[in-house]
Write a new protein. Structure first.
Length: 243
């Protein structure tokens, strides 16, 4: 899959937005990479801090009817964490559903968006966005994220960025094309299972315990009112017992 068509930018507003713009012009899968984003996109409408020193890339995909954005996010999480481990020799964990952690610091965020065609009952396209904190930004991380954000390395290493992109593509497309049992790996890399969490659903905060991750990618949690499944949203890991 290294032969996939690629666009490279020194700076762009958002690789995800560029992928959406060109989606009407092609049926090919395409990779978009930028050294910096001025309007990087995070989950739940948030911005994603994207200074020089990171890897910011989006894959324009054309999934079949068996895949949805949650599936693709889970696949990408496994591909990213496996790539980090193989190239840097550090253990990478997944915080459901889309964040990658190394040494208890977030080093990667993933956002999958899609355009669903109700007539075809399938996606016209999906856009997988991946942002990796490769090097520590000049001046460090902003105050609002410096307690949770981390980077994979302190200084640059020749060829590392290109190698990370290539190995990620190899890992991702192996999973995407059905060549790997990614759910077993996803669960094994989870830093959430068995822990107490908080989550917000329909504007209400709940406390629960993370019990399992289903084959659908949904998180099974135990609450005071029984078992619930989460297919989206944000969770917070808690230290105290809450149920």
């Amino acid at each position: 899959m290294n032969k996939i068509k690629r666009y490279y930018f020194k700076e762009i507003d958002s690789t995800n937005e560029f992928a959406k713009k060109i989606s009407k012009e092609t049926s090919q899968d395409i990779l978009i990479v930028s050294e910096k984003q001025t309007a990087g996109k995070g989950r739940m409408g948030r911005s994603f801090y994207s200074p020089e020193g990171g890897i910011y890339m989006s894959l324009l995909l054309h999934p079949d009817t068996t895949k949805n954005p949650l599936d693709i996010t889970v696949m990408a999480s496994v591909a990213v964490s496996g790539t980090i481990e193989s190239l840097l020799g550090v253990k990478a964990y997944i915080k459901w559903v889309n964040d990658i952690y190394v040494d208890n610091k977030k080093v990667c965020g993933i956002l999958t968006e899609g355009s669903f065609n109700t007539e075809k009952k399938a996606f016209d396209y999906a856009v997988l966005g991946v942002g990796i904190n490769l090097f520590r930004p000049k001046g460090g991380f902003p105050d609002d994220i410096k307690s949770i954000a981390g980077s994979l390395t302190e200084t640059g290493k020749a060829g590392l960025k290109e190698r990370l992109i290539d190995v990620f593509l190899e890992n991702f497309f192996e999973i995407y094309n059905g060549g790997r049992d990614y759910m077993t790996e996803y669960k094994a890399r989870s830093n959430v299972l068995g822990k107490n969490i908080e989550y917000i659903k329909n504007g209400i905060k709940y406390k629960a315990k993370a019990v399992d991750i289903l084959n659908s990618g949904e998180l099974l949690v135990e609450t005071e009112n029984g078992m619930q499944t989460l297919n989206s949203g944000e969770i917070k890991i808690c230290t105290e017992s809450i149920i």
